[in-house]
Design a protein. Structure first.
Length: 371
């Protein structure tokens, strides 16, 4: 009996001594024009970390946040710092497509896996076994918007607004137009803006003259807010449809006020349609922590974390970047916040999308569209 007790204590002591810190770098914009997105993602990642802060082998997971300010040059510096200074095993980020395209070649060379929360541009993960994402891709999101515009809104004509500075916007617009015209819709005009623009009166005058059934604008919240506000001033009453880039409702509604009402957008998550047990647990904990509803960027940030942790757990006592990279690509029916997640050799998950509509400052769930 004593021998068994001593043996048990020895094993416990040994496992305690073997336990170590495993570092995940998190590269998101905490300052700059899209800081709202990064702050939402951070909240979701922090809650996910509180829910699972240790691996099954006893290792403690340490998060290191690095602000890239939504800037490409700062993103490159952040990735190099995470790898060289912080010695990360894996990376969450960068958040959006433009910056994730900067991350991809650096981590490929260093053999460090990354999961981008909301980088939907198709080419982000192309030919790169280390770059992955927690979100659907633009080819799917564009199809979702096209189907909703044509079938649900019965829109036969559309004007498409494209942000020339964002690969996210260009990719989503391209996929929307391809599927929309294939269904029989007609794109009567394409208009272009640039991130940071403040005056959209000329663009809106063109839209008004074209008189479309719907305006599809896959742009970010700061520009969309100003556009909706100015559209109301010009008396434009056509429905606006967007992508997940407008889901920063704090920015959108804060600027556009009631002009934001009626905006519809494809998104990754709505808490009223929480699809898994983990979703419900996460939503409850998030509410307790922040006293607010869960934005989709928080949900995808959390899923990025859970994907990496799941891969790390499959590595047992030998958690290396190569092992984590391999196991991310073998994720099958993982219970996440946004649903059950499967990731194959492309690094792109198979998952559903939701359509939300802004009503009185809130994102109201309208529909789920499956792949």
């Amino acid at each position: 009996m004593k021998k068994i007790l001593v043996l048990g204590l020895s094993t416990l002591v040994a496992s305690t001594l073997m336990a170590k810190d495993i570092t995940i770098g998190v590269i998101v914009p905490l300052t700059g024009s899209i800081a709202g997105y990064g702050q939402m993602a951070k909240k979701g990642i922090d809650v996910a970390h509180e829910m699972k802060s240790k691996l099954k082998n006893g290792d403690t997971i340490k998060l290191v946040y690095i602000d890239n300010a939504g800037d490409k040059a700062q993103t490159a510096n952040a990735v190099n710092r995470a790898i060289d200074k912080d010695k990360v095993t894996a990376i969450i980020g960068a958040l959006t497509s433009n910056n994730s395209l900067v991350v991809a070649p650096i981590i490929k060379k260093a053999h460090i896996p990354a999961v981008a929360p909301v980088a939907t541009n198709v080419i982000v993960t192309k030919n790169n076994p280390y770059m992955n994402r927690a979100c659907f891709i633009d080819s799917f999101q564009g199809k979702v918007a096209a189907k909703f515009a044509y079938n649900n809104l019965h829109a036969k004509t559309a004007v498409v607004v494209i942000d020339k500075a964002q690969s996210y916007s260009a990719g989503l617009a391209k996929n929307f137009m391809k599927d929309y015209t294939k269904m029989g819709g007609k794109v009567v005009k394409r208009v272009f803006i640039t991130s940071g623009d403040k005056d959209f009166k000329a663009v809106l005058s063109t839209i008004k003259s074209a008189n479309p059934d719907v305006v599809y604008a896959p742009i970010y919240a700061p520009e969309m807010a100003l556009m909706l506000k100015q559209a109301k001033m010009l008396g434009i009453k056509k429905p606006f449809l967007a992508g997940d880039g407008v889901s920063d409702l704090k920015t959108l509604v804060g600027v556009a006020k009631d002009a934001s009402n009626g905006l519809m957008f494809s998104d990754h998550f709505n808490e009223t349609a929480a699809p898994t047990k983990l979703s419900k647990e996460f939503v409850t904990k998030y509410h307790e922590e922040y006293k607010e509803s869960v934005p989709s960027f928080a949900a995808n940030g959390a899923d990025s974390y859970f994907i990496i942790v799941n891969a790390m757990n499959k590595c047992g006592n030998h958690v290396t970047s190569e092992c984590v990279a391999k196991n991310i690509r073998q994720t099958k029916k993982l219970e996440g916040v946004t649903g059950y997640i499967t990731i194959g050799n492309t690094g792109n998950p198979i998952k559903s999308a939701v359509i939300n509509k802004v009503e009185n400052g809130k994102a109201v769930y309208k529909a789920t569209v499956n792949p």
